[in-house]
Design a protein around this ligand. Structure first.
Ligand code: 5GP
Length: 144
């Protein structure tokens, strides 16, 4: 998908926002949703999206909405840091399929890094069952 592609309201994350698809939720406001990545690259890998911006990528959102999203990324990343005590935290965001984007609804990855543990492959492998993600999510939620 090119960088100038029109937003598809039937993408997976739009379905999650509408409640048409399940997610293990972490944090929600009128504008923001944070939830666990179902193909986690590490323990606590989660995603933060804007619910209303209808933005495919970083170039498709106005600056004030992006600022709100960035604030939410910081808030959830702080809870990941406090709740899971990783050794590092990677924030990632991909624009366009050639850059690695696979879901075309703007999102930020929060990926905890644990020393000595290799990251899983991006957007690959089997989906993690909700029962596995839920206790990790609970630790993050408790720190929000
Ligand atoms: P991207 O490749 O677009 O930067 O990241 C998309 C992310 O969404 C990937 O890390 C992938 O694991 C995750 N993902 C794909 N499908 C689903 C889904 O149905 N639910 C959740 N929670 N995450 C998903």
């Amino acid at each position: 998908m090119s960088l100038n592609e029109t937003y598809d309201p039937d993408n997976i994350f739009a379905k999650i926002v509408r409640g048409d698809m399940a997610c293990v939720q972490l944090y929600e406001t009128d504008d923001i949703l944070a939830f666990m990545d179902v193909f986690p690259q590490s323990r606590g890998h989660c995603l933060v999206i804007h619910k209303k911006a209808d933005a495919t990528n970083l170039f498709d959102i106005d600056a004030s909405a992006l600022a709100g999203l960035a604030g939410a990324v910081q808030k959830v990343a702080t809870a990941v840091k406090t709740g899971l005590k990783p050794d590092g935290v990677r924030i990632a965001q991909f624009n366009g399929a050639p850059a690695g984007q696979t879901v075309f609804h703007l999102h930020f990855h929060i990926i905890p890094i644990y020393e000595g543990e290799a990251l899983g492959v991006h957007a690959a492998g089997g989906p993690a069952p909700a029962e596995t993600l839920e206790p990790i999510a609970a630790a993050i939620r408790a720190a929000l």
